[in-house]
Design a protein around this ligand. Structure first.
Ligand code: SF4
Length: 368
């Protein structure tokens, strides 16, 4: 394992269901043979449609779910095997940000208590005043006023509640934060603010981020590398800009086709996903994407493609024909499908046309 890898997953499998012959239920193959390595200090995104297994994978990476097979190592330590004091250190070093900032915060606890609670566990040596000071620091760090410590979650907007959730996650001084769709429950106008905040924190505090998302548009400007998941497996991974500029797998091209085109310019890489995702209880044989792939051939129905180098050393794709498809004729881009998508596109375009994404926190439109 390279010295700069902080999180290492090796052939992780997570199945649910089964049981004995009397109580047998279909086996859900939520995650099936995923290997990935997250480098220290980077932002790594895991993207795919609902039901592709990305949230289950996130929970296995955190040690919240035990894998059916495979291994996860964090900073050299086995995640699944940790217990007692080791588990406490692991919990301190790895934190989780939830999708819904409202339901993840206890409504009966003040913001000061919510953010201060992890300090009671992980820094019991602090006096009450020192803890209050740390809470004030953390609130300021996420762009909130220190005096908000006396308020309750219902008094805040969705974006502010997510900031409180981030402050709580930061309280234990983690090395890595996993965010499960951390902005998908927020208004489009607030998403960019929270994304920029996470970018700021990652850069300023040397944090490693793993971001789970269903929308490639959300992670484009905040992640260094991306893994695209389909039906429990990674089908493409690589540096984010390379994956966007040169998507190798037909599924990635289809996902890119589901977000608005930048500047409305055809890029020759886009298509749309055909039909629904098959059930994870009965994934298709061969390439799992063959039932929806416009390029499927006979081999695709029988032979599973391996994830292998595709074009550049750090870019991998699981497709038998990625190299011939890369030079396939352009497919017409799809226009924004909804008002929300159009608004999101306008937001991203504004960010891009203002330069590379700045990672500057902009709270001007958020209610204080
Ligand atoms: Fe499509 Fe075949 Fe490639 Fe699978 S292996 S993505 S079915 S072309």
């Amino acid at each position: 394992m390279s010295h700069d890898v902080i999180l290492d997953a090796e052939n992780v499998v997570k199945h649910f269901g089964g049981g004995d012959w009397l109580s047998r239920t279909p086996v859900v193959q939520a995650v099936d043979g995923v290997s990935l390595q997250v480098r220290r200090g980077e932002t790594y995104a895991i993207v795919g449609e609902s039901g592709c297994g990305k949230s289950t994978l996130a929970r296995v990476l955190m040690g919240l779910l035990a894998p059916t097979a495979g291994h996860v190592r964090f900073d050299g330590r086995a995640v699944g095997a940790a217990s007692g004091a080791d588990l406490q250190v692991l919990r301190q070093d790895m934190q989780f940000i939830f999708q819904d900032p409202f339901s993840s915060l206890n409504p009966r606890m003040s913001v000061g208590k919510l953010v201060g609670e992890p300090l009671e566990v992980h820094a019991p040596e602090l006096s009450a005043q020192q803890r209050r000071d740390r809470v004030a620091d953390l609130l300021r760090k996420v762009g909130l006023r220190a005096e908000y410590a006396g308020r309750y979650p219902h008094e805040f907007s969705g974006g502010q509640r997510q900031r409180i959730g981030i402050a709580r996650a930061l309280a234990s001084g983690p090395k890595l934060i996993i965010g499960d769709e951390p902005v998908s429950a927020l208004d489009v106008s607030v998403q960019a603010q929270v994304i920029n905040l996470l970018g700021d924190l990652s850069r300023d505090m040397g944090l490693t981020l793993v971001i789970i998302a269903h929308d490639l548009g959300v992670i484009r400007h905040m992640s260094d590398r991306v893994a695209v998941m389909y039906l429990g497996q990674i089908v493409e991974s690589g540096p984010t800009e390379d994956v966007y500029a040169n998507p190798r797998h037909p599924y990635t091209r289809a996902l890119l086709g589901s977000i608005p085109t930048m500047g409305g310019k055809p890029d020759g890489q886009r298509s749309t996903v055909l039909g629904d995702m098959p059930s994870p209880t009965a994934p298709p044989s061969g390439c799992r994407f063959h039932t929806r792939c416009p390029h499927a051939q006979a081999k695709c129905k029988t032979a599973p493609p391996n994830l292998k180098e595709a074009g550049t050393p750090d870019h991998q794709a699981a497709c038998h024909f990625w190299d011939t498809l890369a030079s396939a004729p352009p497919i017409a881009p799809t226009p924004p499908k909804t008002e929300a998508a159009a608004a999101r596109f306008a937001l991203y375009r504004a960010a891009v046309e203002g330069g590379t994404v700045t990672h500057k926190t902009n709270q001007s439109t958020e209610r204080k």
